[in-house]
Design a protein around this ligand. Structure first.
Ligand code: ADX
Ligand code: SF4
Length: 284
C-alpha cells in the first residue's frame, strides 16, 4: 500500500472512530408509538395559542424542536410570530438556517440583536471571550446578548412559546406544557415538553424540516459557538454547553423555571420585537 493511500485510510478510519464516539441523532426508523396523537395535539395547541393570544411568538434557536414548532405554525397557519436572538456569537451553520426557514417553510423570522453599546462595554472591560473567566462574567454576557434582547422580543406579547423538553435534562424534568411566565405575567408554552427524542426527530425527518448540520457532528444542544461543543455518546444532552463550568446548572437566564406546584400540564390552552423593522413575522 502506498504511503499516501495508507495515511488517507488511517485518517478516514480515525475520523469514523471519532464520529462513532460522538453523540448522534436517533437513527431514522419506524414511527414512534402515539406519534399521530402527539402531532394532532401539537397542531391543535398551536392553533389554539394563535387564536387565544394576541401577538404570540415562538422563541427559536433554530434547534430541531424549534424547527418542528415552526413547521407546525406554518402548517396550521396560526398567527404566531417566530423570532431568533442573534447573539453575535452563533455558528454560521445556525445563521444560515434562517434563510431555509424562509425558503422552505415560508416564514420570515424576526431577528433581535444585543445592544451595540452593551457588547462594546463587555468587550472593553472583560475581553471578547471574557465569559470564560467565571460564572458571573458568563451570566453578564448571556444577559446582554440573550436576556435583554428577549425582553424586547416579548414586549407587548400576550404569550410566548419555546422548544424546551423534559428530556433535555434534570433542570427541565418538571417542565410543564403551559407555565405562567411570572416575570411578565403571560403564559409560556412548551408544546414539545413531553416529546421524546425519537418523536421530535421523526417529525423533523418525515416533514423534511431544515436542520442544523451541527447535529450530525455530535452537538445535541446548540447555543453560541464559543460556548458549545460536541459531546460523546451517552453524555448529558447539555454537557457541551458552557462545558468549562463546574456548576450543574446549564442555563443562561432565558428561562426561569416555574414552581412545578403552580405550573399546569393541561393540554388544553383555552385561556387566553425590537431592533428595527422586525415587528411582525411575514409569511410569503
Ligand atoms: S438556553 O437557555 O440553554 O440557551 P436552549 O438552547 O436549551 O436554551 O433552548 C431552549 C429554548 O430557548 C429554545 O427552544 C428556544 O425557545 C429558546 N432559545 C434559546 N436560544 C435562543 C435564541 N438565540 N433565540 C431565540 N430563542 C432561543
Ligand atoms: Fe455570551 Fe456564551 Fe452566553 Fe453566548 S452563550 S451569550 S457567547 S456567554
Amino acid at each position: 500500500m502506498s504511503g499516501e493511500l495508507s495515511s488517507r485510510l488511517n485518517s478516514e478510519l480515525g475520523s469514523s472512530i471519532v464520529r462513532a464516539a460522538l453523540w448522534q441523532p436517533p437513527p431514522a426508523g419506524s414511527k414512534p408509538a402515539d406519534f399521530d396523537v402527539f402531532v394532532r395535539d401539537l397542531h391543535r395547541t398551536i392553533s389554539e395559542i394563535g387564536r387565544d393570544h394576541s401577538r404570540a411568538a415562538l422563541a427559536s434557536s433554530l434547534s430541531v424542536e424549534d424547527m418542528v414548532i415552526t413547521h407546525a405554525i406554518a402548517a396550521t397557519g396560526a398567527p404566531i410570530d417566530v423570532f431568533m436572538i442573534d447573539t453575535g456569537r452563533l455558528h454560521a451553520e445556525t445563521l444560515q438556517l434562517r434563510e431555509l426557514v424562509r425558503a422552505q417553510l415560508g416564514i420570515e423570522m424576526l431577528v433581535l440583536q444585543p445592544r451595540t453599546e452593551a457588547v462594546v462595554h463587555f468587550v472593553a472591560t472583560r475581553g471578547l471571550n471574557g465569559f470564560y473567566e467565571g460564572v458571573a462574567q458568563r451570566h453578564e454576557c448571556c444577559h446582554l446578548r440573550k436576556v435583554e434582547p428577549l425582553e424586547r422580543a416579548l414586549a407587548g406579547r400576550a404569550a410566548w412559546l419555546t422548544g424546551q423538553r423534559r428530556a433535555h435534562g434534570s433542570e427541565r424534568a418538571q417542565l410543564a406544557e403551559r407555565e405562567l411566565d411570572g416575570e411578565r405575567g403571560i403564559p409560556k408554552f412548551n408544546p414539545l415538553a413531553a416529546w421524546s427524542d425519537a418523536a421530535v426527530w421523526h417529525y423533523a425527518r418525515s416533514e423534511g424540516v431544515p436542520l442544523n448540520p451541527l447535529y450530525a457532528r455530535g452537538y445535541p444542544s446548540i447555543g453560541c459557538e464559543p460556548c458549545t461543543r460536541a459531546v460523546r455518546a451517552g453524555e448529558d444532552a447539555r454537557a457541551g454547553r458552557w462545558w468549562w463550568e463546574a456548576s450543574a446548572s446549564k442555563e443562561c437566564g432565558l428561562h426561569v423555571f416555574a414552581n412545578p406546584a403552580t405550573a399546569t400540564v393541561d393540554r388544553s390552552v383555552a385561556t387566553p420585537v425590537n431592533e428595527s423593522a422586525h415587528e411582525t413575522t411575514h409569511r410569503r
